[in-house]
Design a binder for this molecule. Structure first.
Ligand code: SF4
Ligand code: SF4
Length: 134
């Protein structure tokens, strides 16, 4: 089975060879969808784990024991371009600079590859233009 999860690494585990250990110790494949180390050195990975259900659960227990927070990942962030008024408020809370304003056009630019689906931008939008697709 497959499970899409978000892993949040405390500073001391950022450099652990997680995908290697998951494959070697639990026979669980980890397909990294997004990886980001934020300025304070907390790392976040959005990964799709695939393997036998029991081994998947054992792997998640092992991650938990390493101090790595495991949470079910949300879907993708969706910006409703009809609603967005390009006020830029959401850019101020985005930890990965996935949201920015184009300095020439003053239009919102969303860089999906930088987004770690932390959802911090959703409540900041005054016109509810940001949501997830799950
Ligand atoms: S969910 Fe929003 S705030 Fe979080 S990284 Fe993605 S765009 Fe930035
Ligand atoms: S906060 Fe909402 S309206 Fe403002 S730029 Fe971001 S998505 Fe657009």
């Amino acid at each position: 089975m497959k499970k899409r999860v978000k892993l949040t690494f405390p500073q001391q585990t950022v450099h652990m060879p997680i995908t290697y250990r998951l494959a070697k110790d639990f026979n669980v494949a980890a397909n990294i969808i997004r990886a980001q180390v934020t300025p304070n050195q907390v790392g976040t990975l959005v990964v799709e784990l695939s393997g036998d259900i029991d081994q998947l659960n054992e792997a998640i227990d092992w991650l938990d024991a390493q101090g790595i927070k495991v949470s079910l990942a949300s879907g993708e962030i969706v910006i409703d371009e009809d609603l967005c008024v390009h006020c830029g408020l959401c850019t101020g809370v985005c930890p990965t600079e996935a949201l920015s304003l184009n300095p020439e056009s003053f239009q919102l630019v969303f860089s999906r590859s930088r987004c770690i689906v932390c959802e911090q931008c959703i409540p900041t939008c005054p016109v509810q233009a940001i949501s997830t697709n799950l």
